[in-house]
Write a protein that binds this ligand. Structure first.
Ligand code: ME8
Length: 564
């Protein structure tokens, strides 16, 4: 049971949760659920980033203390994630003592080792983002904030600096050559983001990690309370502070998977690994490893435009509630996973796309196929799962996949060459191939492709029914064993598809399992031994003939938009 540690960014408490936060957390949740099912000892972390100076201002405007304001908004994130059934193992808040104490300790260690030093900094400051913008980037953006477009201010101050320049070459070697350097592997994905970060690291200078000024909000530089640790460094440390305990340290050693969006790539793919390399040199922290992957996805836009409060097209909590109430939580998760901006292209969150995805995949494919098969078992076999017998496989003209059909399958007559390629109708073999592809893709964070392979099993079942026509065969009583075999194969393929789809649409899959008399949900909860349930459950032939099969209501009723 190797450890698997996955994180989301910790979100600013100044904003209410919106679709962007929910997206990254859902992606992490899907991947965490998959790893738990495969038996990996999984730890999934999310939380809130609280020490930004703007929290103090926003609180003051409301007559609250910063802590009160942060408490209120952190609670909004926690409640939202609970409502959306996120399976995180911890929720870290940077205002918690467990975090602050460790950050002080790390910064002290880095001051002692010489990687953090006091210097003078002059540069272009982006007040909204609380960060300095390097000269070249500032010039490119006409000395306006690359994020908000507001004018940058020239500022000079005495700061503590992190010696990023000392780690430039090591980072470049790791990123350009890949593989292992001094026990650390480290990847930035997708490829285009890796190239972008390599170019930026080549010009990397030392970075200020404190701002001058005593504050009650934030963490003071140890030994120098006139400086406050810059909110960015404070926040990045959350990934380590949460697991730097005797019980959890092993998660870190497996190499964290940091999921983020492209807006915060620089901090995660340059500064953070360099800080970790620096910590590794400190006594007692030699175990600190680099993340195994920093994955920076792209952005959701809304109805074709950048989301903005002024345009009123923000997918906020109210809209999210509406989608969940109308279509169900699984539908939201599914849409985010299938149409989301993993990769380097932004995705459009539109109602039209949502309904289209829901109807075509969930209602017409998964929901419909489950109804179709269980209905036939109900009608022809009194709701009791029939037995599969050995049958000569019918050879039919059938849809192809990009998979090799082994010679023996063709020789056995279960497939044949046609003008459209190799056609086959061996549901067992197709299911097992698609299962391999789906899990391989999920391991590589290719969510929508993984789901597509899983959903292809369901499409295969539909195609298999269309071609074998059990509803016609059943009219001839001597064909009943054949009909039973066809339906057994269908339900078995659907069972395996449901295991693959569970991380995406857990509620529907659990409802399906319940109707089929399968106690997978309970087994998963009780899996303290971290057994690989996934490989056990995705093996063909587990359904016991004689099992009562319940039909039940449609898992995903087709959505008809109200007429206006
Ligand atoms: O940056 N599309 O917090 P934040 C997709 N506190 N994802 C989006 C998105 C969109 N339109 N908008 C936001 C911070 N996100 C820091 C992070 S981590 C040590 C500190 C998601 O509240 C995405 O994951 O601004 C992005 O990286 C994150 O929210 C930014 O959240």
């Amino acid at each position: 049971m190797p450890p698997y540690y996955i994180t989301t960014p910790i979100y600013y408490v100044n904003d209410q949760p919106h679709i962007g936060h929910i997206y990254t957390t859902t992606v992490a949740d899907i991947i965490a659920r998959y790893h738990r099912m495969t038996g990996d000892d999984t730890f999934f972390l999310t939380g809130t980033d609280e020490h930004a100076a703007k929290v103090v201002d926003a609180a003051a405007e409301r007559g609250l203390t910063a802590q009160e304001w942060a408490d209120e908004n952190a609670a909004a994130f926690e409640t939202t994630f609970a409502k959306l059934d996120m399976s995180h193992d911890d929720f870290i808040r940077t205002s918690q003592d467990r975090h602050k104490r460790k950050v002080e300790q790390y910064v002290r260690m880095l001051i002692d080792s010489g990687d953090v030093y006091l210097g003078e900094y002059e540069g272009w400051y982006d007040a909204g983002e609380e960060e300095y913008v390097p000269e070249k980037r500032a010039a490119e953006h006409e000395y306006k904030s690359p994020i908000s477009g507001r004018a940058l201010v020239r500022r000079s101050e005495k700061n503590y600096f992190f010696r990023l320049s000392a780690y430039r070459n090591e980072l470049l070697t790791l990123l350009e050559q890949g593989g292992e350097v001094d026990g650390c592997t480290f990847k930035v994905e997708p490829q285009a983001r890796r190239n972008e970060i390599i170019a930026r690291i080549k010009e990397a200078e030392d970075v200020p990690i404190s701002r001058k000024g005593r504050t009650d909000w934030g963490i003071a530089v140890p030994g120098d309370p006139d400086h406050t640790i810059y909110v960015w460094i404070d926040a990045l440390f959350n990934y380590l502070t949460t697991v730097d305990t005797d019980e959890r340290r092993h998660y870190w050693q497996g190499g964290a998977v940091h999921l983020i969006a492209k807006d915060i790539l620089w901090f995660h793919a340059a500064i953070w690994p360099a800080v970790l390399l620096a910590l590794r040199k400190c006594a007692g922290y030699e175990w600190v490893n680099l993340p195994r992957v920093v994955y920076a996805h792209s952005f959701w836009i809304s109805e074709g435009q950048k989301m903005s409060k002024s345009l009123g097209n923000f997918i906020d909590l109210e809209k999210i509630d509406h989608y969940v109430e109308t279509f169900g939580l699984d539908a939201l998760r599914y849409f985010l996973a299938v149409r989301g901006p993993m990769g380097t292209t932004d995705s459009d969150f539109s109602e039209h796309a949502f309904i289209e995805t829901y109807n075509s995949d969930l209602a017409n494919t998964f929901g419909n196929c489950v109804s179709r098969v269980t209905k036939m078992i109900g009608k022809y076999f009194d709701g009791v799962l029939p037995r599969a017998v050995d049958l000569p496989w019918p050879v039919v003209k059938y849809k192809t996949y990009e998979i090799d059909v082994p010679d023996e399958i063709i020789a056995s007559g279960q497939a044949e060459h046609t003008s459209e390629g190799v056609m086959e109708l061996n549901l067992q073999r197709l299911t097992s191939d698609l299962r391999e592809t789906s899990s391989e893709r999920l391991l590589h964070l290719q969510l929508s492709d993984a789901q597509e392979s899983a959903m292809s099993i369901v499409r295969e079942v539909d195609g298999y029914i269309d071609k074998t026509q059990p509803f016609k065969l059943v009219k001839d009583e001597t064909k009943l064993p054949e009909v039973g075999t066809i339906l057994y194969n269908c339900i078995e393929a659907l069972r395996i598809a449901s295991v693959l789809l569970w991380p995406f649409i857990p509620n529907a899959c659990e409802a399906f399992w319940q109707r089929m008399g399968l106690d997978y949900a309970a087994q998963m909860r009780a899996n303290d031994e971290h057994d690989n349930k996934f490989s056990e459950w995705t093996r063909w032939g587990q359904f016991k003939p004689g099992t009562p099969i319940e039909k039940g209501a449609s898992l995903f009723p087709r959505y008809q938009p109200p007429k206006t």
